[in-house]
Design a protein around this ligand. Structure first.
Ligand code: GLC
Length: 429
């Protein structure tokens, strides 16, 4: 089997799932100014230590998170086991800088994997390649390290090989101690800190051996500026899927041979990943639904982020949005799961998704008069409103000789499902 075929096989279920929950959570929930707070405010290990000493998420109840994800129609989740600040939510034997040594006093990753699996949601682990706490990670002169211009760090004896050993050991722990891991999400590469600098081939070989069915993102190889991993025969560390961040690619993602690649757009619900108390710029449920539909219509997944607060709670605004998304998914998820790009161009009134001979019309603009599906005359066996399963009668208008299409009567002037009305069209072939 070629790399391409192997990847297609490995990512099949992942691509059918289409919708996941990203969870950014760590010590940075306490300052509540984002997970990059150490970078933006140049905070030293010493000054950041207060959050470690305080970390006590008394309302952490991952079962509630899992139930929310489930209700929203999400099929998998990805939790930050370690972010760039280096703090580990899991009980690693290779560091003291971990949740078990804070007032939380326990392995929060274990509770997460157990809770999500218990409600039938697949588990993913985010792991930061970058580590601003580790003494062997380049600090002074690095582009993004909090101590990048702190003279006191100049000439610090860093042994990068030590860091690589540490990082590989932790990935081994995550792949050994928590059962089956469905997604491994590495973040991220920049400048020459990419690919073999992470000893990425070795790392992936280990991971594939320990977790043969795990799906892996592309950020061990790809940096924020290049298109590494899009080669027709990419290096093994190119991973399984592309990870556009905060944008949806205009035509999906294809490799250099023009073949579609698995991809997943990750997106914040407000303007930050980690909890930011003042950021109330939340997207609406309709925004999220339309993003999800757009991703699926281009053959991709959507990973929507939540940033739980210092007490371990998902912000109530996020909960409200995801619950509304869940109501729509309850009625319309057939147009999402297992679906991908349609064999039709983007229609003027919305988008198409498709699974086999089922074509899903996501109608955002009702237009006027009878509703017309261009180029489908004589090709539709059956049409129904997905929200309630009711049949929609196809008809041929008397005056349609010069206007080809399949027509249905959508009835009222308003769309029956304002967030996105879905018509299921069962095609003849
Ligand atoms: C990044 C950021 C980050 C966030 C992530 C999510 O590159 O560094 O904080 O975790 O992308 O995709």
């Amino acid at each position: 089997m070629t790399f391409y075929e192997q990847r297609a096989q490995r990512t099949k279920a992942f691509q059918e799932d289409r919708f996941g929950m990203f969870i950014h959570w760590g010590l940075y929930a306490i300052p509540a100014r984002g997970e990059w707070v150490r970078n933006t405010e140049r905070i030293s290990n010493e000054d950041y230590q207060q959050y470690f000493d305080e970390f006590n998420p008394v309302h952490y109840n991952p079962r509630q998170w899992a139930l929310l994800a489930k209700q929203a129609g999400m099929k998998y989740a990805v939790l930050t086991t370690k972010h760039h600040d280096g703090f580990c939510l899991f009980d690693s034997q290779y560091t003291d800088y971990k949740a078990t040594n804070t007032p939380a006093g326990r392995d929060l990753v274990r509770e997460y994997v157990n809770a999500f699996r218990a409600v039938g949601i697949k588990v993913g682990l985010y792991y930061s390649l970058i580590d601003w706490h580790h003494p062997d990670y380049p600090a002074y002169g690095d582009r993004i390290h909090p101590m990048r211009d702190n003279e006191a760090y100049k000439g610090r004896p860093e042994n990068f090989d030590n860091y690589i050993t540490y990082m590989h050991n932790q990935v081994r722990e995550l792949c050994t101690n928590y059962g089956k891991i469905d997604v491994m999400w590495f973040d991220y590469s920049y400048d020459d800190m990419a690919g073999e600098k992470w000893q990425a081939t070795k790392l992936i070989e280990m991971l594939r051996e320990l977790q043969p069915t795990c799906v892996i993102d592309n950020r061990l190889g790809a940096t924020d500026v290049d298109g590494a991993g899009l080669e027709a025969e990419p290096p093994i560390y190119a991973g399984d899927f592309y990870s556009p961040e905060q944008i949806i690619p205009s035509q999906g993602v294809t490799d250099s041979a023009g073949r579609p690649m698995p991809w997943e757009c990750c997106m914040t619900l407000n303007d930050h990943w980690g909890y930011v108390a003042k950021d109330k710029n939340y997207k609406t449920a309709q925004n999220v639904i339309h993003m999800l539909v757009e991703c699926v219509s281009k053959g991709g997944n959507l990973l929507i982020n939540v940033g739980p607060n210092a007490k371990g709670e998902i912000p109530k605004e996020s909960v409200a949005v995801l619950q509304q998304v869940g109501e729509w998914m309850h009625n319309n998820s057939d147009s999402i799961y297992g679906c991908g790009a349609a064999d039709m161009p983007k229609p003027e009134w919305g988008r198409y998704t498709q699974r086999g001979n089922k074509l899903y019309a996501h109608i955002y603009e009702r237009g006027t008069a009878a509703f017309r599906f261009d180029d489908l005359q004589g090709k539709v066996k059956k049409a129904r409103l997905l929200m309630d399963g009711s049949e929609l009668q196809l008809f041929e208008p008397w005056y349609s000789k010069y206007q080809q299409g399949a027509f249905v009567d959508l009835g009222t002037a308003d769309l029956p499902e304002p967030m996105g009305t879905v018509v299921e069209l069962i095609l003849n072939s």
